[in-house]
Design a protein around this ligand. Structure first.
Ligand code: HEC
Length: 149
C-alpha cells in the first residue's frame, strides 16, 4: 500500500488542477458552446449597442450616424453574402483605416464578434424568407435628401 501513496497524491493533484481550470474557464467561455440561437440573441444586444448607430437597424449601412460619414458604413447584409465569418471577424477586429469603422479588438472578444455575425446571419435569413420590412427609403435617398451642413 505504501508504494501507491505518491500515485494517489498525484491523482488528487491532477483532479484538483482540472477542477480549477474548469472553474476558471466557466467565467469567460461560458457561451463558447452555446447553440446558434443563443449566439444570435446575445449578438442582437451587442449589435444594437456597438454597430447599429452606423450600420443601421437592418445592417444595410443606414444607421442614424450614416448620413454624416464618408465613406458610408458598409452594407453588412451584402458583405455576409461575399465573405465568410473568419474574414469578417478579422475585419471587425481590425477596423478599417481611413473610414469611421473602429477596431473592435479591445472592446469585443472573438466570441462576441461571432455572436454579432450569428445575429446578422439570422436577420438576413429572416429577410430572405418573409416580409422583411426595411425602411421605405434607401440610404442613398436619405443622404441625398439630407441638407449638407
Ligand atoms: C462610427 C460608425 C461605425 C460603427 C459604430 C461601426 N462601423 Fe462598421 N463600418 C463603418 C464604416 C464607415 C465602414 C467602411 C465602409 C467602406 O469601407 O466603404 C465600416 C465597415 C465595416 C465592415 C467592412 C470592413 C471591411 O474591411 O471592408 C464590417 C464587417 C463592419 N463595418 C462591421 C461592423 C460591426 C460588426 C460593428 C459593431 C461591432 C461596426 N461595424 C461598427 C462604420 C462603423
Amino acid at each position: 500500500m505504501r508504494t501507491s501513496e505518491p500515485f494517489f497524491l498525484l491523482v488528487l493533484l491532477l483532479v484538483g488542477m482540472a477542477w480549477l481550470t474548469a472553474c476558471a474557464g466557466d467565467t469567460d467561455t461560458a457561451t463558447t458552446s452555446a447553440p446558434e440561437a443563443t449566439d444570435a440573441h446575445a449578438g442582437k444586444t451587442l449589435y444594437e449597442n456597438f454597430c447599429l448607430s452606423c450600420h443601421g437597424p437592418s445592417g444595410k449601412g443606414d444607421g442614424p450616424a450614416a448620413a454624416t460619414l464618408h465613406p458610408q458604413p458598409a452594407d453588412l447584409m451584402a458583405l455576409l453574402q461575399t465573405h465568410d465569418d473568419a474574414s469578417l471577424t478579422t475585419r471587425i477586429a481590425e477596423g478599417k483605416a481611413g473610414t469611421a469603422m473602429p477596431a473592435w479588438r479591445d472592446v469585443l472578444n472573438e466570441t462576441q464578434i461571432r455572436q454579432i455575425l450569428a445575429y446578422l446571419r439570422a436577420e438576413k435569413q429572416a429577410g430572405q424568407s418573409s416580409t422583411y420590412s426595411s425602411p421605405n427609403e434607401t440610404p442613398t435617398e436619405r443622404a441625398v435628401n439630407t441638407p449638407s451642413p
